[in-house]
Design a protein around this ligand. Structure first.
Ligand code: GUN
Length: 287
């Protein structure tokens, strides 16, 4: 087991180097340039930053990035027509529609309109079902990044007690499936869980994905546990804005065996895994 602060930035850089090698081989040996289409609806400032980062990292590893922007008052039918076009486009291996969508659109309807084999977010109901039944799926990027870091720390995860705090469709639920598949004993805790600190203290692997700044305290952590902090919360401290996780990092570092920082932990891994998923989609489409 590797101990200390888990450097997500370095791990993500290594994944991007590997992605660039694979993309170059596909291009040089097979004449294939992989493509990722990212769709942004509206002007949400955080979403714009995410989309810009996703597009620039896609280009950096030698893949095509196709950015599509629709105004906040575009109709759902317009968005569905764009998705149908991208589904048919052979130059597009992966499609990502940035969430959240404006309130007049149904994200379920929109996500399920993406061809499952191009659904690099792994949010389509087919991919959710395939993952839940242990079949080959495109897996959501954040949980995939968490698993890569945990495997780096522990090697084999078999028999470990994992507690995930948060039951979202994007992180908590798919991560639970991946940890079950890796032979962990998994508990998914949430806002209604009774005596959350005691539940957390059972964990060899503790994952925080609730979106509540520094909610998880040092004395909730079993000594030596691995702590993965998925939270990215903007808080004001002493008149300045800072990013903090869902875990009180200062308290947790002295108890945990390994811990991801915020920023620089799970965040960079999520985008790196999007590139991995795009390559996976491109490879599967041709095999
Ligand atoms: N908004 C916040 N996280 C995500 C994500 O992982 N994928 C998409 N498409 N939108 C998001």
């Amino acid at each position: 087991m590797r101990r200390g602060i888990i450097d997500g930035k370095a791990a993500a850089a290594q994944i991007r180097r590997r992605a660039a090698e694979i993309a170059a081989r596909l291009r040089d040996d097979h004449g294939v340039v992989c493509g990722l289409a990212v769709v942004l609806v509206g002007e949400d400032p955080a979403s714009r930053v995410y989309v810009r980062n996703k597009s620039s990292q896609t280009r950096e590893v030698g893949m095509n990035s196709f950015e599509h922007r629709l105004s906040a008052d575009a109709s759902e039918d317009e968005l569905l027509a764009l998705i149908a076009k991208l589904n048919r486009d052979a130059a597009v291996d992966g499609i990502l529609v940035q969430l959240p969508l404006p309130p007049h659109m149904s994200s379920d309807r929109v996500i399920n309109a993406i061809a499952p084999h191009k659904d690099v977010d792994g949010f389509h109901i087919s991919n959710v079902g395939l993952l839940g039944t242990g079949q080959r799926a495109l897996v959501p990027c954040t949980p995939l990044g968490c698993m890569m870091m945990l495997k780096e720390v522990h090697g084999d995860l078999s028999g470990l007690e994992a507690v995930i705090v948060g039951r979202s469709n994007i992180v908590g639920k798919p991560l639970a499936q991946l940890l079950i598949a890796a032979n962990c004993t998994v508990t998914v805790a949430h806002s209604r869980t009774r005596d959350l600190p005691s539940v957390c203290r059972r964990a060899d692997i503790l994952v925080a994905a609730v979106g509540r700044p520094e909610m998880i305290r040092g004395d909730w952590i079993k000594p030596g546990a691995s702590v993965i902090d998925v939270g990215i919360n903007r808080v004001e401290r002493d008149g300045k804005f800072r990013l903090v996780g869902d875990v009180d990092f200062g308290e947790a570092t002295s108890v945990a065996g390994a811990i991801t920082p915020v920023p620089g932990g799970v965040g960079p891994m999520t985008i790196a895994c999007l590139l991995v998923n795009t390559l996976t989609a491109a490879h599967r489409a041709r095999n």
